[in-house]
Design a protein around this ligand. Sequence first.
Ligand code: S3P
Length: 425
Amino acid sequence: MNIQRLYRLKGTLKVPGDKSISHRCVMLGSLARGTTTVTGFLQGADCLSSFSFFRKMGIAIKNDRQTVKIHGKGLHALSRPEGVLDTGNSGTTTRLMSGILAAQPFDCVINGDASIQSRPMGRIITPLSMMGADIQSLKGNNCAPLAINGGALTGIAYPSPVASAQVKSAILLAGLYARGETSVTEPYVSRDHTERMLKACGADIRTDGTTVTIRPVPELYACDIQVPGDISSAAYFIAAGLIVPGSQIRLLNVGVNPTRDGILKVCRDMGADITLDNERTYGSEPAADIIVRSSRLHGATIGGSIIPTLIDELPVIAVLACFAEGTTVIKDAQELKVKESNRIDIMVDNLKAMGADITATEDGMIIHGGRPLHGAAIATHMDHRVAMSFSVAGLASDGVTRLDHGECVDISYPGFFEDLKKLAR
Ligand code: S3P
C-alpha cells in the first residue's frame, strides 16, 4: 500500500464499531439466556475469532453484517469444542475466553498466530490458577498455545500488577462462575466495557475506585446492544485531520467512554481544535460526534493514569508528536512492548526512517517534533495500528510512504483505506 501527501481532508465519516465492545457482545450474548441483537458490530478479523469460539461450542450466531443475532443458551450450556480454538491475532479473545473456559466442565486448547504465540499470558494464568483453574502454556513459556482443563473455581481478591482490561475481564468472567466473591484491583482504571455490559445483562457487579467486585448469579439475560464507533479507529482520522492543513472532519457516533477518551485530552493539551457534538448515551456507553480541524500542535508529556485510556492510540500520538513544535515525552507505557508487536521499537525505527527525531526509552519515547518527514518503506510487522499510524504519517510527508502489509488493517478496520479516500479533497 502506497500513501502520498494530501492537501485537505474534508467530510463526514462513520468509523466501524468498537472492537472491545464487539468482543464482549459475542461473549456475554453467548452466555446470556435469550437472543441478543447487536447493531454496529465490528466485522474485523479479531471479533470474528470470538464468534468462531462460540460457534464451536454450540452457540448459533447469525451475522448478516448489518445485525448480529446471538442465540445464547445460558451460563451453563456451552459444549466441548472439537479441535483447537483459533484466536488468530486477538489478545482480547485469548485472554477473556481463558477466563470463561477455565470454568467450563470440559477441556480445550487455544492457539493463534505468531504474534499471539509471543504475547504474555502469565498475567491471566497466575490469577486464574489462584482461583483453582487448570491452565497450562503448552510450550512452558507462559504464551499460547494454552491448554485449559475447566472446572470449579473459587473467588479471589486480586491486586493486578498491570492496568489491563483484558486481565481484569478474564478474572471477572471467571468470577461469574466462582464460589463466593471475586475482586480485582488495578493500579489505574482500565476500560470498563465488561463491567457496563455485565451490569446490563443482570450480573451482580460493583465498582469502587480501582476495584471491581463480582458475585455469581444463576443466569445472565440477553439485552440488545448498540455498539458505538471505535475511538481507537477514529483516532487515525483525528490525527490526520489535525496534521493535514485545511482539514475539517466530522466523525459520527464515536464512543467517548471516559476510560477510553485519553486521546481527546492529549490532543487538546497539544493545542488541537476538537469539539464534541450530539453527546448522548448509546446503549450502556457514552457517544458523540467528534469534529476535528487542522491545528498547530505543540509537545506534551503523557504518562500516569491517562495511559490505559489511550494505550492503543500511542502509536498515532507518536506520529502527531512529530508534527508538533517542541518535545513530547511518552512515559509509563511499557505495555506497548507486549501489544500485537513491540510498538515502542517499531514506531521509533519506522519514524526514524521517515526523518523524525525520536528516541526509545524503557517505558515510552521522546520525540522532538517539527522536522518535516519524508516517505519511507515501513515495516508494519503485520500490526494493524502500526499500519494505520504510518498511513496518517504518510499523508503529511514528502514522497511516497510504502506499507509492507497494508492488509493487516482488517484486524480492526476493514475499509480503512477506502474511508481515507472518501475524505480526500
Ligand atoms: C482491550 C484492552 C487493551 C487494549 C486491547 C483491547 C480490551 O489491552 O490494548 O486492544 O478489549 O480489553 P490490555 O488489557 O492488555 O491493556
